[in-house]
Design a binder for this molecule. Structure first.
Ligand SMILES: [Zn+2]
Length: 453
């Protein structure tokens, strides 16, 4: 285990005190090597190849091998199949095909949709966790129903598709305890149809999906209007109150103040921590909302199905280069073209995905039945839990933060033989969570405790 010690100066604005603190960063060399294997040239090649099909509109030509969504999905399938061979056949590549009936809006006629889904099965039979990472390969121009006009969709969302393909190529050479699914989905622009179908399969087959990330619009580093050029930030959108929250869970949330501690928020914080652990010159910004105004994405069907799902999107968006016919108007150029994708930035976004998924899929499973004792009024905090199935953790981290803080501030290590821990601080004044950790430092997702009376 390599140790990198960074001295950070933290500034507390509210009380105007400046203090220095040493942060110890432990990186797993296996994950570092996977991050290094991500190729800017492959990402550029994948985006340009997808753009070369002219349009990838969901209702475009499926017969031609040069133009249309049929050629695009066959190319994705054949590339993924090459990665499968390189993985010794461990990566399983399949079409998830289904018929979409007319909806009178964005689907004027019956059409067959095909997602390309590559699965890297976990190696531990006692670990049934599944992590899904997606990008959508369909594209659109100004008129959402125009299926013949050129719609390059370089950033929206060849960038996310290229990310998923590069993750599949690199990650399928490693072995993980949990299963990782690399999904290139269709029908996003017509109504999130591809991911809706995949989320339904996950539900019907009772996959234990612990985290889903959609990468949509992840390759541009320039904001129109603001004129900001910044390749050092990306956004993770996460919902607060889960859509599927029951009345009983709502009552519990109201009593403990858990609005910012939904599984999606824990997952977003995890992406920030692990992404920044492995990727230099990149800040992960947590956006505490499900998605941007007027927009949706492929994480939403997964959230609606009760899974933990978030969206990754670039920091600054150029709306002249999304959902636009290629044209010039009053001296202004429009169109989602590949020369406006920042491939070095796209590599950093891909690295954040990789570090997160690898750390999670290598980690022990999360502790079970995590609780906080609330039997009586005390000025201490006792957390309890049970060991997970599968690989036994080396120990657990107690996570602590101020109730007003968006991020975990302290991690306290507790040896793996213990299943209870008491901190001499009032449970009324902080938020807590518990996560499992193994010998190499891979952490599970943090679990927010339930009150135990
Ligand atoms: Zn999109």
């Amino acid at each position: 285990m390599k140790r990198i010690v960074l001295s950070l100066v933290m500034i507390s604005c509210s009380i105007s005190i400046v203090f220095a603190q040493t942060v110890i960063i432990n990186r797993d060399p296996r994950i570092e090597n996977l991050v290094k294997a991500l190729s800017v040239d492959n990402l550029r090649f994948n985006v340009n190849q997808l753009v070369s099909f002219g349009t990838r509109h969901t209702l475009s030509d499926t017969i031609s091998n040069q133009r249309g969504i049929g050629a695009a999905r066959r190319w994705i399938f054949s590339e993924m199949s090459k990665y499968s061979i390189e993985s010794g056949g461990r990566l399983k590549v399949e079409y998830d095909s289904f018929m979409l009936e007319p909806d009178g809006k964005r689907v004027p006629k019956t059409v067959e949709l095909k997602n390309v889904v590559a699965t890297l099965p976990g190696v531990d039979p006692k670990d049934n966790r599944v992590f899904v990472v997606s990008g959508h390969f369909d594209s659109r121009a100004s008129d959402v129903n125009n299926s013949t006009i050129t719609a390059p969709g370089a950033n929206d969302d060849a960038s996310g598709t290229a990310t998923v393909m590069e993750l599949a190529r690199v990650m399928s050479k490693e072995r993980f305890s949990a299963t990782v699914i690399f999904a290139c989905v269709a029908g996003e622009e017509q109504g999130l149809y591809g991911s809706t179908h995949l989320a339904k399969i996950a539900s019907d087959k009772k996959w234990n999906v612990q985290g889903m990330i959609t990468n949509d619009i992840v390759g541009n580093s320039y904001g129109n209007e603001t004129d900001l050029k910044d390749n050092q930030k990306l956004r993770v959108f996460s919902e607060g109150v889960p859509v599927v929250e029951t009345a009983a869970l709502a009552t519990q949330r109201q009593s403990v103040g858990g609005e910012n501690d939904s599984p999606a928020r824990q997952f977003a914080r995890y992406i920030k921590e692990i992404g920044e652990r492995y990727v230099e010159n990149l800040e992960v910004k947590l956006i505490y909302r499900r998605d941007r105004y007027l927009r949706g994405g492929d994480h939403i069907p997964f959230s609606n199905a009760g899974f933990t799902a978030v969206r990754i999107t670039e920091m600054n968006e150029n709306f002249d280069r999304q959902h636009q016919d290629i044209r010039a108007e009053n001296g202004r150029a429009y169109g989602d073209l590949p020369e406006f994708v920042d491939y070095n930035y796209l590599q950093k976004v891909t690295a954040v995905n990789l570090a997160t998924l690898a750390n999670l899929a290598m980690a022990p499973q999360e502790p079970k039945n995590v609780g906080i004792l609330t039997k009586q009024l005390t000025n201490a905090t006792t957390l309890t839990w049970e060991a997970p199935e599968g690989i036994k953790p080396k120990g657990y981290y107690m996570l602590v933060r101020e109730t007003t803080s968006p991020f975990w501030e302290k991690k306290i290590f507790v040896a793996g033989s213990l299943t209870q821990f008491t901190l001499p601080v009032s449970k009324d004044n902080y938020f807590f969570a518990v996560q499992s950790v193994d010998e190499a430092g891979h952490e599970s997702l943090p679990i927010f405790p339930k009150p135990i009376k």
